[in-house]
Write a protein that binds this ligand. Sequence first.
Ligand SMILES: [Mg+2]
Ligand SMILES: [Zn+2]
Length: 448
Amino acid sequence: MSIFNNKMSVVADSPVHSSSSDDFIAFLDAELDASSPNLSPDDEAENQDDLESVRIKRRKFESIEETKGSTSEGIIERNLEASTEVDACTHPGSFGNMCIRCGQKLDGEAGVTFGYIHKGLRLHDEEISRLRNTDMKSLLCRKKLYLVLDLDHTLLNSTHLADLSSEESYLLNQTDSLGDVSKGSLFKLEHMHMMTKLRPFVRPFLKEASEMFEMYIYTMGDRPYALEMAKLLDPQGKYFNAKVISRDDGTQQRQKGLDVVLGQESAVLILDDTEHAWMKHKDNLILMERYHFFASSCRQFGFNCKSLAELKSDEDESDGALAKILKVLKQVHCIFFDKHQEDLVDRDVRQVLSSVRSEVLSGCVIVFSRIFHGALPSLQKMAEQMGATCLTEINSSVTHVVGTDAGTEKSRWAVKENKFLVHPRWIEAANYFWQKQPEENFIIKKKQ
Ligand SMILES: [Mg+2]
Ligand SMILES: [Zn+2]
């Protein structure tokens, strides 16, 4: 009878939905289902029953909260609540302007929309933080954190069929079957006029990451695209289930935000190739090296080189970006749950991430030589975040001179003093792979 039944059945039929976020989604569905305002006046009696069951549920929840909460604030709140009408609804969220619990018509734009969980669903701030707290506790018990994954250039690369270059047209005969997508990595999506290549190692990556993280997809693509890609990456729906966020779900233009993720910021890691999409959450971000399989993608980013597809090549399966980042994730996860640390709830994954990062170039003392000064501040910041010391003048403690020209005074000094002389990409590569890279791969030559 409920307008939410469709959604209910999706959750119920899903073979695996043991995660707490999914449990929450199921709970929410049940809640929505039970308390959904009935639009038909004939069903008043039934509606009353629904409301009663919601009240019981609510009391049950409050009593759980009470046993947990001992702050004076909580006590004041409860007293206030007790002194007002017993059944006064706090309106935890709304659906089509009606409270999801009591059905009262609400106006105003308080809270955040969670359209990806259910179209038209809006949750109010207190409810969001209550859900985050509850979810967090159960998550930590299961030794899990949250992982938010970007799609394009992070997990896969897509192109319009019309944008395939002539050298790439051979791919049209090499696409994998959409029947069992788990066996393939190159797919033609005829109805979307697109071709998608999954990044090498993505399947083992998702499998292993799912043991440490509750995973979300978060893309700037639109919803139909996001769902289509989720089907390719997770055909059985065991990793993401409903946790697929698209640009239609964001609260800010051209920005991604953790406000639509039901996880606490102190427990969320983000993998994305676009840093500026996450202005407010840079400390949660692991920046990915972009995966460009198709020529259209290279062109879009201004690269005047052949695409991997044109070269009939690809990223390394066992030593590519995803394999390397999986190691970082394991390390961060391991440190976060180290049992010798202080109380679990006080830990912050952002601190763990920054301390792991600060080991990458520790011990390196860097001087930059004639770097285009637009690029200098970000390179310097990058190096310092990885634990390097940056100096403006050479002295005997310097270990690396970073530049693009071997003929400068500092470069010649480096050669004479047997210091490393490397290209700035040495820093960028360390930043992508969270590991100091062999200097000999980044040697610079004298300009003619
Ligand atoms: Mg991207
Ligand atoms: Zn209400």
